[in-house]
Design a protein around this ligand. Structure first.
Ligand SMILES: [Ca+2]
Ligand SMILES: [Ca+2]
Length: 432
């Protein structure tokens, strides 16, 4: 196995470790984040003085009828559950559930194919073949993200994120000829966003629609290492950000009016969040609408960030002032509010975090509301919950041998993962 070659997919540094120290320390973010007076940055003034996740997550909206997380995490899941292989592809980068049909998935292959998995079978003909325009010469390049439009059943529209033959990021819209087509026409492509990439790595690549109906586009800091041009903190650069656009208005899109720089003053209007290194995978909780962003670390710390649905746009997740909870480079200006991760882990536990999904399936009721995430190198998979007191708890639930490149969720909320090394797609199930 060409481990050394594979490792750079989503991270730079790597440190295999077999030691099993306690699960990562969960910290209440409000007390660990440096609280500050209101930011002097005019365009961020709409943000409350201390929009810490903890301050708002005690009453998330839309508030479900019950506490949205379990009170404890199960400890014996490795005995009672299995990750069962359901398909085999080449270098999988993303798994997306087909809207309304739990027996259908779209599985992305890095070289540029979107494969259709349907009722236990992988269709021979790709759902979408973009190999003529996808560049994948660098390990983190390729066909990286896919999102169905919220009204896909009516309009047949979906979006993809890929690096082109020059290595630059393309976000494009496609439309099915017929509502129930099994193959999409590559010629229906309409590019809606194009971002030049200065280096081959840290392209982000994920796409997801939020509960607000807007498309969220994660972009890494553009690469090399240590964000050499300090893009993640520069509001005039799209790299190192989470973007948010309205694909239902404007041409090719409109700016949501509450984006922090919506009027173009002080920053790029597409920006929704700043300070990200490489948000390779992120996910919205289908019940609460909260957003979990796993941001790949530099040399030491991997992190998961949390932003509830009712928190204001514009969070700054800290990179590259901070790597996880730890100072990395330079000193933030006085008054700048940074949002710290709700959990981090060191490179004794892995090398590159792969953001997962909030489990809202039916097969494993005790996992309802648990955010599952993993590590690309160590194969560990954690569960993350918040206690009613606001404390975040993270615990290793499975030790696997998989090179976990992505997780995914089907229409029923069941969770999948991809093994980049073997190409296997696996579904989490009770052990028979
Ligand atoms: Ca830097
Ligand atoms: Ca951070």
């Amino acid at each position: 196995m060409q481990i050394r070659w594979l490792l750079p997919l989503v991270g730079l540094a790597f440190a295999f470790a077999c030691a099993r120290p306690p699960a990562p320390t969960a910290r209440p973010s409000a007390t660990s984040a440096p609280q500050s007076s209101p930011t002097p940055v005019a365009t961020l003034a709409a943000i409350s003085p201390s929009p810490s996740p903890r301050a708002t997550t005690s009453q998330p909206t839309p508030m479900p009828t019950a506490w949205p997380w379990p009170l404890t995490l199960p400890t014996d899941l490795h005995e009672r559950t299995q990750w069962r292989v359901i398909a085999q592809v080449n270098q999988p980068t993303s798994i997306v559930g087909w809207p309304g049909d739990p027996e259908r998935l779209i599985i992305l292959e890095r070289a540029g194919r979107a494969r259709l998995w349907e009722r236990g079978q992988l269709a021979t003909e790709p759902f979408l073949d973009l190999t003529d325009r996808v560049g994948s010469s660098q390990p983190e390049q390729g066909l990286l993200g896919f999102a169905f439009h919220p009204n896909f059943a009516e309009n047949g529209v979906f979006f993809v994120n890929y690096t082109d033959l020059e290595g630059n990021t393309v976000v494009a819209r496609f439309t099915l000829d017929q509502p129930d087509a099994r193959v999409a026409d590559p010629e229906t492509e309409t590019r809606i966003l194009y971002v030049e990439q200065p280096y081959g790595n840290h392209n982000g690549g994920h796409l997801a629609f939020g509960p607000d109906g807007y498309l969220y586009i994660g972009l890494g800091d553009g690469g090399a290492a240590g964000d050499p041009e300090d893009r993640a903190q520069n509001p005039h650069e799209l790299l190192g950000k989470m973007l948010r656009i309205d694909v239902d208005h404007g041409e090719p899109y409109a700016i949501p009016p509450d984006n922090p720089y919506a009027d173009g003053q002080g920053g790029r209007p597409e920006i929704w969040a700043l300070g990200l290194r490489n948000p390779w995978r992120y996910a919205f909780d289908p019940l609460t609408g909260a957003l979990y962003i796993a941001d790949v670390g530099q040399n030491l710390w991997e992190e998961v960030n949390y932003w509830p649905a009712d928190a204001p746009p514009g969070p700054n997740f800290g990179w590259d002032y901070y790597e996880g909870m730890h100072p990395f480079e330079d000193t933030p200006p006085p008054g700048l509010t940074l949002i710290f991760p709700v959990v981090e882990y060191g490179h004794d536990m892995g090398c590159s975090v792969t953001g997962g999904e909030v489990y809202r399936g039916r097969a494993l009721p005790e996992l309802q509301g648990v955010y599952l995430y993993g590590d690309f190198c160590s194969g560990r998979i954690w569960g993350l919950i918040q206690t009613p007191a606001g404390e975040w708890k993270s615990q290793v639930l499975w030790e696997t041998q998989h090179l976990i490149s992505t997780f995914g969720r089907d229409a029923n909320g069941e969770v999948y993962l991809a093994d980049y090394g073997t190409g296997a797609i696996l579904r989490l199930e009770p052990r028979e």
